[in-house]
Design a protein around this ligand. Structure first.
Ligand SMILES: C[S@@+](CC[C@H](N)C(=O)[O-])C[C@H]1O[C@@H](n2cnc3c(N)ncnc32)[C@H](O)[C@@H]1O
Length: 224
């Protein structure tokens, strides 16, 4: 099975428990992280890629018109039902592959991806697609897990992240693999300067990053 299809199936399998586990495993920090990322978006129409159950799109709908996109039908179905239950009228959902977006060049004022870019099979392609679909002068925001820099904090965090989180994830989601994939994918993901270089290579300029919660996560911004 292709990596892409494996990832899609993995998220389909945990979709029902995804929001609950996000909140539990991040000790409620995930909302704060997404809110910070959204605060970096420009005004206007924004695209949320790898939107999952839509928490970023919902947060952004407070100030933006939003299109939420994901390639996993099960996640997108939850996203769509959350949007309609909340009575949000300026957000819509569309099934789309982040590596091959179906939008015209320069459609959006901004684009955002939270905890998604690490999962796409070809990160450069997804970044180039985000670059393509935003207008000249538009902004892209990426929220992703990082490896904390402080060695003392990192030691305790790694114990939790590698040993405890996968066990809780497995018990609650009743799926093997997805929550042990999380730490291994974070360990393999390019960090701060490395990821900034990838963004630069995809055409973005004025790249900045901010660590949050001792560097557990990093928010990257770049302009087209
Ligand atoms: C960890 S979830 C993040 C969801 C959400 N953005 C959040 O903040 O919780 C990653 C999402 O990326 C999606 N994804 C992974 N690869 C993708 C691709 N190539 N195209 C579209 N979505 C993709 C998965 O289906 C999943 O919903």
């Amino acid at each position: 099975m292709q990596k892409k299809e494996k990832i899609r199936k993995m998220f389909a399998g945990i979709s029902r428990r995804y929001d609950f586990l996000n909140c539990l495993l991040s000790l409620g920090q995930d909302r704060k992280w997404r809110r910070f990322a959204v605060s970096k978006l420009p005004e206007g129409l924004v695209l949320d890629i790898c939107s999952g159950t839509g928490d970023v799109a919902i947060e952004a709908s407070g100030k933006n018109d939003v299109v939420a996109s994901d390639f996993c039908y099960e996640m997108l179905e939850l996203c769509s039902s959350k949007i309609s239950k909340k009575g949000i009228l300026n957000a819509s959902c569309i099934r789309n592959d982040a590596e091959n977006l179906s939008f015209r060049d320069g459609t959006f004022d901004g684009a955002v991806v939270a905890f998604g870019i690490r999962n796409v099979a070809d990160i450069r392609k997804a970044l180039s697609e985000m670059h393509r679909v935003v207008k000249k002068g538009g902004k892209v925001v990426v929220l992703e897990f990082s490896r904390p820099t402080n060695p003392f904090f990192r030691a305790g965090y790694y114990f939790y992240f590698r040993k405890i989180l996968p066990v809780i994830g497995r018990i609650v989601s009743k799926k093997d693999g997805a929550y042990s994939y999380l730490p291994s994918s974070v360990m393999a993901f390019p960090q701060r300067d490395g990821f900034s270089k990838l963004m630069e290579g995809s055409g973005f300029s004025d790249i900045k990053y901010h660590d949050l919660t001792f560097g557990i996560v990093t928010v990257y911004t770049g302009s087209k």
